[in-house]
Design a protein around this ligand. Structure first.
Ligand code: IPM
Ligand code: MG
Length: 355
């Protein structure tokens, strides 16, 4: 039986990085004898233009009917002034919510070969291997909000149940990794964070006594991520803190374009997307780094299709290209030479075929 993957290229650099990820997935599937049924659907600004909605019914239906969804990126200045509920980003938030994808896994690793791309000193980057688990369907992203000409508000709400399930997902990962979990909140100021800390403390003590547990305030966590990144194993945090901390953490790896992600619910299809945005300023220039997208493809093969071997093949092909100095301009090496998005994708495919 073949596995159904729906690709949502989206906007800006989304289509070009998605094309590279799809080619890598299809190549490795061919090599490993994995039967796929791939299709594409519109989402974000592209869907607003064509269908009048950032998440058309037909797109959501195709996603629900799939084994996994791959998303490029959404958004751009073209849709800056559309009504709030019609913004491209609402399509993505709506999809995450509709599929119940409450846990967003964002791995951050550093490659010695890329250390010069990071603004941090190389010795700080050694042994960095972090898994950020970002809560994805609650918090201020989904609370009541309103705006007049002179005032506005957004509200942040969490239930104990929402906190429990994401803490469990993170703790299960920590058990299979180095056994440490860091919960990040703002419990000195916010009630949602005080609830978060109480619930997290209880879950870890009752159900995961073997884990080493640390609680950090988000401002301190932002600092510790730079001063002692190798100390972290799994970080679990609420939606907006996770959004911000992972863009910061991408600079440990060297570029926002490098990081992949997987968004998982308790059942049904999961969603795979690079953590970067649509980067409209470089759209169409063939310079975007497709690594985050291609590595999201590896996460898709591992988590949704249970093909760990195929996932590892993509990961080592990407690593090998980067180590051999094949780089997009955001992570260019000492020789100053860079390749475009398509050339990088082609190099990964050649590597997969020759491995
Ligand atoms: C991300 C992005 C999204 C988010 C935007 C595009 C809505 O920044 O996936 O990190 O804030 O979740
Ligand atoms: Mg973000």
């Amino acid at each position: 039986m073949s596995s159904k993957i729906v690709f949502l290229p989206g906007d800006g650099v989304g289509p070009s990085v998605t094309a590279q990820a799809r080619a890598a997935i299809e190549t490795v599937a061919d090599i490993h004898g994995i039967a796929l049924q791939c299709s594409e659907a519109r989402m974000g600004g592209a869907a607003i233009d064509a269908d009048g909605s950032p998440l058309p019914e037909s797109t959501l239906a195709a996603c629900r009917d799939s084994d996994a969804v791959f998303l490029g990126a959404v958004g751009g200045p073209k849709w800056a002034n559309v009504p709030v509920e019609l913004r491209p980003e609402q399509g993505l938030l709506g999809l995450r919510k509709a599929l119940g994808l409450f846990a967003n896994l964002r791995p951050v690793i550093t490659l010695p070969a890329l250390s010069s791309a990071s603004p941090l000193k190389a010795e700080r980057l050694a042994n960095v291997d972090i898994m950020v688990v970002r809560e994805l369907t609650g918090g201020i992203y989904f609370g009541k909000r309103a705006r007049t000409d002179t005032s506005a508000f957004d509200t942040c709400e969490y239930t104990a149940e929402e906190i429990e399930r994401v803490c469990r997902a993170a703790a299960d990962l920590a058990k299979k990794r180095r056994g440490k979990i860091t919960s990040v909140d703002k419990a000195n100021v916010l009630d949602t964070s005080r609830l978060w800390r109480d619930v997290a403390t209880q879950i870890f003590a009752d159900e995961y006594p073997e884990l080493e547990v640390e609680h950090l305030l988000v401002d301190a966590a932002a600092m510790h991520l730079l001063s002692r990144p190798a100390d972290f194993d799994v970080i679990v945090t609420e939606n907006m803190f996770g959004d911000i901390l992972t863009d910061e953490a991408s600079m440990l790896a060297g570029s926002l374009g490098l990081l992949p992600s997987a968004s998982i619910g308790s059942e049904g299809p999961s969603l795979y997307e690079p953590i970067h945005g649509s980067a409209p300023d470089i759209a169409g220039l063939d310079v975007a780094n497709p690594c985050g997208a291609i590595l999201s493809g590896a996460m898709l093969l591992r988590h949704a299709l249970h093909h760990a071997g195929a996932a590892a093949a993509i990961e080592s092909a990407v690593t090998s290209c980067l180590e051999r100095g094949i780089r997009t301009r955001d992570v260019v090496g000492a020789d100053g030479k860079s390749v475009g998005t398509e050339a990088f994708g082609a190099a990964v495919i050649a590597e997969l075929k020759s491995a």
